[in-house]
Write a protein that binds this ligand. Structure first.
Ligand code: CMC
Length: 437
């Protein structure tokens, strides 16, 4: 537990106020300003929450300067090399690696909840053909609350078991919904989940098999998918997780909170960047622009044009996830004998960015989204589905944070303050008044 034997002093308008200093288990420091407004009458102003911690959390540790990422204390490199995604999901949600018994039970539950209600199938047919799968995904997830209303109303005394089942249901069904939304987009019949297949193989089968053509499940592809999902599984207070916590703070149910997370993830500065990276690489390929010229355009644009897949709010060094993904990408493409010209452009862009003063001086390095899309392409997943893949991976993190927040006795309605800078009090003139209603 964090300790609080230190204080920070604030000199403000002739007075000194003291605030407790909180030290985390990895010596991260925070100043607890809960009493700031009461003591000084002032609030803090921190656009983008660059310096603002919203909670204490025991789920993920991240050191952006050293490139460290650990889930529940385990280095992500270790988990990616030695675990399956569902075990890591269990770890994040429950706080410990599953025992053999828990693993079997968890797999059984994931199988048991893998189908979606047949009535939900009809929802897919009502979306227009060009509907983005992230819009479908969020709509489907919030719709789950209508089929499982027991969690729809917040009850503080909600039994743990109900939360556990809702979390399992979401973990399993999101995979089915994702695969169905892809099948809908290409006009093929849905393929139902199979109990004899493990999580990732099951997903690939639902995506790529059809009544006329079975899908050959290759272990290298299953392994790569496991690695990708593990690397996306949590990233502490990122935008979508913060959205899940904020929406959850109004005590809304898990399905609605996760749907909010999916919407936040869709944005191109966050999870949507993986699709933008491929758009960017295709633009470079199709326009015949050299990598050098493209980078120069980015630099000259003063922030209006970005090098997608580069930069991160907290990593000021190479993103440890990107390192693993880059290797995974090279290995998989060589095993599958895929020669993707976009990979060559990506390598060239990375090499250029890593030596250019603009990127070096701003600590802009490749992030998790830079190479992930090339792997998805090699597997056969279209770029519109990339952010859906990110959502599948991030789901255990969202669930873990929603649960952790709910179990924290300090969990309050999240309601930021503001500094009002609009007009002072004004009076409507006679001519402004509507006389007829
Ligand atoms: N390309 C070009 N310039 C950039 C980039 C980029 N990708 N990222 C940041 N900069 C510049 C920015 O213009 C600013 O320049 P200046 O100091 O001259 O004004 C400087 O670097 C600092 O950037 P910032 O916008 O203040 O940094 P931030 O922490 O607010 O932004 C970011 C983080 C991820 C939104 C940003 O780096 C970005 O837009 N990257 C591209 C989108 C992307 O790849 N997002 C995925 C993030 S990783 C997956 C996830 O967790 O979501």
């Amino acid at each position: 537990m964090p300790t609080s034997d230190d204080v920070a002093s604030l000199h403000f308008r002739g007075q000194t106020h003291e605030f407790p200093v909180i030290t985390g288990s990895e010596n991260e420091l925070g100043i607890d300003i809960a009493a700031l407004r009461k003591k000084t009458g002032a609030v803090t102003l921190d656009y983008g929450y660059i310096n603002t911690g919203s909670c204490e959390s025991a789920i993920t540790y991240l050191d952006g300067e050293k490139g460290i990422l650990r889930y529940r204390g385990y280095p992500v490199e270790d988990l990616a090399a030695n675990s399956r995604f569902v075990e890591v999901a269990y770890l994040l949600i429950n706080g410990h690696m599953p025992t053999p018994h828990e693993r079997t039970e968890w797999s059984g539950l994931l199988n048991q909840h893998s189908m979606i209600h047949e009535d939900m199938r009809h929802f897919f047919y009502r979306f227009p053909d060009h509907a983005h799968p992230m819009a479908i995904l969020s709509a489907m997830v919030v719709s789950l609350s209508t089929f499982y209303p027991e969690l729809s109303q917040h009850r503080p005394e909600e039994p743990e078991e109900a939360i556990h089942i809702a979390a399992t249901r979401l973990m399993s069904k999101l995979r089915t919904v994702a695969a169905f939304s892809y099948k809908k987009s290409i006009g093929e019949p849905f393929v139902y989940p199979r109990h004899d297949l493990k999580y990732c193989a099951n997903f690939l089968n639902m995506m790529f098999s059809s009544p006329v053509c079975p899908y050959e499940i290759r272990p290298e592809v299953v392994k790569a998918l496991n690695v990708l999902l593990i690397l996306h599984a949590d990233h502490e207070q990122n935008c979508s997780t913060a959205a899940v916590r904020l929406v959850g703070s109004a005590r809304v149910n898990l399905y609605a909170s996760v749907a909010a997370g999916i919407c936040a993830l869709w944005g191109p500065l966050h999870g949507g960047a993986n699709q933008m990276v491929i758009d960017m690489l295709e633009e470079i390929r199709d326009s015949g622009t050299s990598v050098r010229d493209y980078v120069e355009q980015v630099k000259a644009s003063k922030g209006r044009k970005l090098l997608y897949g580069f930069g991160h709010r907290v990593y000021k060094t190479y993103d440890p996830r990107a390192k693993i993904i880059k290797k995974c990408c090279d290995d998989l493409l060589s095993v599958l004998k895929v020669n993707d010209p976009l990979l060559d452009i990506a390598h060239e862009l990375e090499a250029y960015g890593l030596h250019d003063e603009y990127f070096l001086s701003r600590n802009l390095y490749p992030n998790v989204d830079f190479y992930s899309g090339i792997i998805y392409r090699a597997i056969g997943i279209p770029k519109e589905m990339f952010t859906v893949m990110f959502a599948l991976g991030r789901l255990p993190g969202w669930i873990a944070h929603w649960k952790e927040a709910r179990e924290d006795p300090r969990f309050k309605l999240q309601r930021p303050r503001q500094i009002y800078v609009g007009p002072n009090m004004r009076v409507l003139r006679d001519e402004d008044k509507t006389r007829e209603h």
